[in-house]
Design a protein around this ligand. Structure first.
Ligand code: PLP
Length: 388
């Protein structure tokens, strides 16, 4: 093989979130880093929820006594049961097949591959703007992605999506975010969920619900409501879940993919498909994060709920500080939930923020509000005002 075989590849485009994040880190403590979606403390350090910290201490104390044989392809049963309870409630009437995954991203990769094998058309409707890593794994799963506008006049609008759904002739998939929409922070209202479900009920559709922020909009119990709506309507539903943000264990890469199936006999069939897909990708997922989530849920649940409440209050406080300090033209963009908002800034203004003011965000204007310390919020807003 000629060594030049490697240089025959085109230069890859780096994911801007990672490259701008690296620039912000290199710029040192003066920089305001609004890039990656992590909850940080006043010093800019990644926050660790105290309840999860206790669970980590317990798991760490156990580790020397353990043997590390291969886990089953589906992951640890008690972990999967804990996440099922978070997603569906203490008791639920659904039949659920699930697999522990390498983060919410792994769950997406697996569920998109499952979706591809469920659909004859291979079509996936994707409301945009979407999370930057929704379309790439869908394309990698050989789905044909049809982008449909999610926002109109600064607010969530379902009308173009509903028109598109009505035009679909055969089967199709639809990827939706359950709450704390990334990148806009703007979620569907209850009426919009119901209107959408009414149209989907008449169609041959598989919905993939991405739940990466359960407990960061409202109580986890409340945040799972959109999922219930789809299940009660009998719409075939796949779900991806991430423990990165709501357990503050980004590095442990812990998630779950699941499919809600109409009868018990199908659970083992879909379990088999999940096992086959993960085996092809990277075999089973690492289990430490699964142990941490199970321990948190089994031993420190009340504390965890209190930690999440505190995190939510902190982020919504930042949102109101920002709303008070930025001009009215920014207010619609800040009406949402969770850590993200998309500021109505031009690429030139975003570049000027970086070059002249050490403020780092991706060029679509998405900011992680939770990445800005309270003490620097006024400074951030003043800098934004200077470029507009
Ligand atoms: C909407 C959405 N889905 C999925 C994920 C993936 O989560 P994880 O970091 O666990 O891979 C993220 C992470 O930012 C996200 O914002």
């Amino acid at each position: 093989m000629s060594p030049s075989v490697f240089s025959s590849l085109p230069t890859p485009r780096p994911d801007p979130i990672f490259s701008i994040f690296a620039e912000a880190v290199a710029a040192g403590p003066e920089a305001i880093n609004c890039t990656a979606g992590v909850l940080t403390d006043e010093d800019g350090q990644v926050s660790l929820l105290p309840s999860v910290q206790r669970a980590i201490a317990d798991v760490s104390a156990e580790l020397p006594k353990l043997r590390f044989g291969y886990p089953t392809l589906l992951g640890l049963p008690n972990y999967r049961a804990c996440v099922h309870r978070l997603l569906f409630g203490e008791t639920y009437p659904w039949y659920v097949s699930s697999i522990a995954t390498t983060g919410g991203t792994g769950a997406l990769a697996i569920n998109l591959r499952l979706m591809k094998s469920l659909l004859k058309s291979g079509r996936l409707l994707l409301p945009v703007p979407a999370w930057a890593n929704h379309k790439p794994p869908a394309l990698a799963a050989n789905l044909a992605v049809v982008s449909v506008p999610y926002i109109s006049d600064g607010a969530v609008s379902m009308s173009t999506l509903i028109d598109q759904i009505k035009r679909e002739k055969g089967d199709f998939g639809l990827l939706l975010q359950v709450g704390c929409h990334n990148p806009t922070g703007l979620d569907l209202t209850d009426e919009q969920w119901d209107g959408l479900i009414d149209v989907l009920r008449e169609k041959d559709c598989v919905v993939l619900l991405d739940s990466a922020y359960q407990g960061l909009k409202d109580e986890p119990e409340k945040d799972r409501e959109p999922i219930d709506r789809f299940l009660e309507a009998g719409i075939p539903t796949l779900i991806t879940w991430s423990a990165a943000k709501n357990h503050s264990i980004y590095a442990l890469r812990t998630g779950l993919a699941c499919a809600v199936v109409p009868d018990a006999s199908l659970v083992s069939s879909i379990d088999g498909h999940y096992s086959r897909i993960t085996r092809q990708m990277h075999s089973s997922s690492a289990t430490i994060g699964q142990m941490v989530v199970s321990r948190t849920q089994e031993a420190y649940r009340d504390e965890w709920l209190a930690d999440l409440r505190k995190a939510r209050t902190n982020v919504s406080h930042k949102r109101s500080l920002m709303t008070q300090s930025l001009p009215a033209s920014f207010h619609a963009a800040l009406k949402g939930f969770g850590m993200f908002a998309m500021l109505p800034l031009t690429v030139e203004q975003i570049r000027a923020l970086k070059k002249e003011h050490n403020v780092f965000m991706t060029e679509d204007g998405r900011i992680n509000i939770a990445g800005i310390p309270n003490a620097r919020m006024v400074e951030f807003c003043e800098k934004v005002e200077r470029v507009i």
